[in-house]
Design a protein around this ligand. Structure first.
Ligand code: XMP
Ligand code: MG
Length: 183
């Protein structure tokens, strides 16, 4: 779905599909420089990261397997609490593997902090994080993230996999919603 089909639901576009793809190409090059000889496993976090994973992995100059986790973070509305439950675990045993977590967004960082601790306990050979978006002003825990697409202001964003109440994931661009959508 293009931004032009959003009516007045969208307040403004932060990044266009074209800008996102260009940045993912750069990240893919950085990632491949570090992992071309390492048999890296890409681990996506459902559902938000589906489009980041799809475009990032196709931008890699070589082949890499992927796996997925689904978690739920308990919290009210648009805020995460850091209390996490695994809804779908990895199919892969990551012990001794080089793992790269692929995320859509780091907001408070609480969810990813939990996921990182959980995966670390499985003793991977290495564990790094790639996120398309990060909100530095919202951070409640410090997450050492090796590959970051864009640092964004502390606003709720949708599109390119990111949802509000499961809607707008299919928006091609990333943008903020108009206040009337929330009420
Ligand atoms: P935390 O706060 O734990 O974020 O870093 C947990 C998850 O919440 C989702 N999230 C968002 N989803 N727009 C969204 O559509 C946002 O601005 C946003 N901020 C956080 C996302 O799934 C993240 O992994
Ligand atoms: Mg997510």
């Amino acid at each position: 779905m293009d931004s032009s089909h959003m009516g007045n639901d969208l307040e403004h576009v932060l990044y266009t599909e074209k800008q996102i793809h260009a940045r993912l190409e750069e990240l893919a090059a950085d990632i491949w420089r570090d992992y071309h000889d390492k048999d890296v496993l890409l681990v996506g976090v459902l559902k938000g990261a589906i489009l980041v994973m799809a475009d990032l992995m196709r931008a890699l100059p070589g082949s890499a397997p992927m796996d997925w986790m689904a978690v739920s973070s308990y919290g009210s509305g648009t805020k995460s609490s850091g209390v996490v439950r695994i809804l779908k675990d990895l199919d892969t045993d990551i012990s001794g593997r080089h793992v790269l977590i692929v995320e859509d967004i780091i907001d408070s960082g609480l969810t990813l902090n939990w996921i990182r601790a959980n995966l670390t306990s499985r003793e991977p050979a290495s564990l790094e994080i790639c996120t398309l978006l990060r909100k530095p002003e919202a951070a409640k825990v410090e997450i050492n993230c090796k590959y970051v697409g864009f640092d964004i202001p502390n606003e709720f964003v949708v599109g390119y996999g990111l949802d509000y109440d499961e809607r707008y994931r299919n928006l091609r661009d990333i943008g903020t919603l108009a206040p009337h959508v929330y009420s």
